[in-house]
Design a protein around this ligand. Sequence first.
Ligand code: ATP
Length: 274
Amino acid sequence: SSERKRKKAGPPKLTFEEIGGQDSAKQELREALDFLIRHEEIQKFGIRPLKGILLTGPPGTGKTLMAKAAAHYTNSVFIATSGSEFVEMYVGVGAGRVRELFRDARTRAAKENKENAIIFIDEIDVIGGKREGGQQREYDQTLNQLLTEMDGIYTSDAPRILIIAATNRKEMLDSALLRPGRFDRHIQVDLPDKKGRRHILELHAKNKPLDKNINMDKIAEESYGFSGAQLESLMNEAAIYAMRDDSQYITQKHLSMAIDKVMMGEKTDRESNE
Ligand code: ATP
């Protein structure tokens, strides 16, 4: 069933505190989410309700984490899916899945007695790419269905549904998706700066035995350009090196080796893609 396919679904316990760096993105997101929380005032002032937030930025920067934290922050049911799950050979299947997705969100919110539901769609560009020159594509219907569902959100009763979509190619998106009342709030999730990298490294070191003399600032400096996902990898590789060394602690040396390992890994990945 679709429930099974959306593996990432489930009650997220993740909070914004567990996301390293990304201070301004987290702040912007919280402000946007307050629209959901303060829905009564929003209505009183006649403000258009927020239906869609678009997170843009490179892979592995924590967009999925942000969506999960958003669900926690707003006490929402959380349903996660990816644009690629809607791509089908047969016309109409993708559109059916979009309908099912919204139905699932409503059913789960009712079952769990929640006022809000957040639907996270990763890789939105897969279904929401530009429709060029009237050229029909087999999944145009999928995108149309998504737009229809979004337009219908506030004409129906509870739950209040918010869609958070992620992409690393915003310029590829069809303008219909970006119109007011759809994904009209954009939040940039960039690669972390040095301070952010340090924060992320510390979060991922929490459950690991670190040597007291480690200079984490230096590691943050040397991991320039790393994403959150790569920093998580770095910490994990360092722990593996420490274990192989029969060391009691992860040392500076293990961390330096892990930086090289993650960098090399990236390089071989890229080469094998070429
Ligand atoms: P993609 O675009 O590839 O889907 P993403 O931006 O959604 O990537 P996530 O799936 O949120 O990235 O991050 C992947 C993993 O990397 C997380 O589970 C976490 O371990 C780590 N990570 C990424 N960013 C951060 C961060 N800011 N703080 C802590 N951990 C992070």
